[in-house]
Design a protein around this ligand. Structure first.
Ligand code: DC
Length: 231
């Protein structure tokens, strides 16, 4: 059967990765969470004292990019894909608020984007891929057969994120989360290089009032129509 490329972009905490994983599982496609790659680079900068509340040594980070080796590996027990940074499993660390607070600044650096976009592009050469992020339909795969742009009300997104982190046992307040979501929206949409914008040919889905199950079926239908050449 014909394989296509599915690009899922949108704001933070709109459930992109949840639906992208569901679609990839159903179609037996590869799923790639590009946010995890930016998060791993941010973690590298934090752990090497290149980035803190008070300073950001961008030049040294750019010079060190060749020393950053990223790999996605499947956890055999959980079946979930995990991010490895220079051979170390950093899946848990990259999801913390500590990393969330800094990742958008790291994602503004063109050299970082260039490196990650090249890797992402390579992952999708054979198609049969669902990739989620901010610039997948606009920059990474402008020719993707199906592009989805996900949005949701900012407060609803903050509530979802808060519940998710609480479930993981993180000690965070709703105010912190809400501020983080708003800050990332602002940085992601206003940065010079590859800002978060809807591609002209993307289908926008506002899921403020749509549950995960319905959303999965809407996107799956679109994917199946594209694969069959119906739309
Ligand atoms: O999807 P996420 O929340 O894990 O992404 C973390 C950050 O990485 C997000 O604030 C913006 C950045 N990002 C990006 O600039 N481009 C992508 N393709 C994916 C993520």
């Amino acid at each position: 059967m014909k394989k296509i490329t599915i690009a899922i972009d949108g704001f933070s905490s709109t459930g992109k990765s949840t639906v992208a994983k569901q679609i990839a599982n159903y179609l037996d496609y590869i799923y790639v969470d590009t946010g995890a790659m930016y998060r791993a680079v941010a973690l590298f900068a934090l752990e090497n004292n290149l980035l803190s509340e008070t300073h950001f040594n961008k030049k040294t980070l750019i010079e060190a990019l060749d020393q950053i080796h990223l790999e996605f590996k499947k956890n055999k027990e959980s079946g979930k894909t995990e991010m490895f940074l220079n051979g170390k499993n950093v899946e848990k660390k990259i999801r913390t608020m500590y990393v969330s607070d800094f990742v958008s600044s790291v994602a503004t650096i063109s050299e970082v984007r260039k490196k990650l976009v090249a890797i992402q592009h390579q992952m999708g050469v054979k198609k049969g891929i669902v990739m989620d992020g901010r610039d997948i339909g606009t920059v990474v795969f402008p020719d993707a057969e199906l592009k989805i742009f996900m949005t949701a009300n900012a407060e609803i997104r903050a509530i979802r994120r808060y519940n998710e982190l609480k479930e993981k046992g993180e000690n965070v307040t709703f105010e912190e989360i809400s501020k983080n979501v708003q800050k990332r929206d602002l940085i992601d949409t206003t940065r010079k290089d590859s800002p978060l914008i809807k591609a002209d040919d993307a289908i926008e889905i506002d899921n403020s009032e749509v549950n995960q199950e319905d959303q999965f079926h809407i996107i799956l239908q679109l994917a199946q129509d594209r694969i069959a050449g119906r739309i």
